[in-house]
Design a protein around this ligand. Structure first.
Ligand code: MF3
Ligand code: CO
Length: 250
């Protein structure tokens, strides 16, 4: 499959989807506090998404059993919400959510601190977010796809963080996952050329320690192999001929 260029109609639907998702994340962020379960977050997220008349895109995707991926501490992504998993002061929690609005997807992730967190955890969260912004500086017509990857990876490396290589960002539109795959680490080549009105979900995942990850028995939850903290930050964007447009922020 090739990288598709979206029409203005499609872009407008994706803008709507993005705005809704941004609001869902905003509200979930305010809901985070010690004592709630990861299932509480999923239930609130699903309600918010359906309240907008959207479909939670992750629910039943390849058998994933929830609407929001909730990943705590050394969990990188795809944590499965559970009533038994209670957030504690000092934890960090990554929320990944996707919505479908009139047939079009938006996908975004945020990592939050639970109550007071360590300076090390705070820095990881901030650098992960900033690595996304470093990457999208390259997301414009005339640049190449892996310029984004290289910028994210180079920024993360300055802090000594492990960049997860086994999971990548992706094109997005009528489908949650479209071509191309978008790595978050240095590539040998510059990759395909970027054209305006391509739509991407760019999602760096950074570990305090080594980049290696493994899958838990549930076949979903991805954790760091060395047990160090991991953070995730993702938005859906439109490539333009100037600055990219970030759809999933307010
Ligand atoms: N942001 C993740 C991704 O792009 C969300 C997928 S989780 C799943 O892959 F549950 F839907 F698989
Ligand atoms: Co994604």
């Amino acid at each position: 499959m090739a990288i598709t260029i979206k029409s203005q109609r499609e872009l407008n639907l994706m803008r709507e989807a993005g705005k809704i998702l941004a609001d869902v994340h905003e509200q979930l962020g305010r809901f985070i506090r010690p004592g709630i379960s990861t299932l509480d977050i999923d239930q609130k997220g699903e309600k918010l998404i359906r309240g907008y008349g959207c479909i939670p895109s992750f629910l039943n995707y390849n058998g994933y059993p929830a609407s929001i991926c909730v990943s705590v501490n050394d969990e990188v992504v795809h944590g499965i919400p559970s009533a038994d998993r209670i957030l504690q002061e000092g934890d960090i929690v990554s929320l990944d959510a996707g919505v479908i609005y009139k047939g079009y997807h938006s996908d975004a992730a945020r990592t939050h601190g639970v109550g007071q967190i360590s300076p090390e955890a705070q820095q990881l969260i901030e650098v992960t977010k900033q690595s996304f912004f470093e990457g999208i500086k390259m997301a414009k017509e005339g640049m190449h796809l892996y310029d984004i990857s290289n910028a994210i990876g180079a920024y993360a490396e300055r802090f000594g963080y492990g960049v997860v290589t086994e999971l990548v960002g992706h094109g997005i539109g009528k489908n949650l996952h479209e071509d191309p795959q978008i790595p978050n680490f240095r590539q040998r080549r510059r990759g395909p050329k970027l054209y305006k009105n391509m739509t991407f979900a760019i999602e760096p995942m950074l570990n305090i320690g080594r980049p290696d990850v493994e899958w838990l028995e549930d076949d979903w939850t991805v954790v760091t192999e060395d047990g160090t903290l991991s953070a995730h930050y993702e938005n859906t964007i439109i490539v333009l001929d100037g600055e990219p447009e970030i759809l999933s922020i307010l």
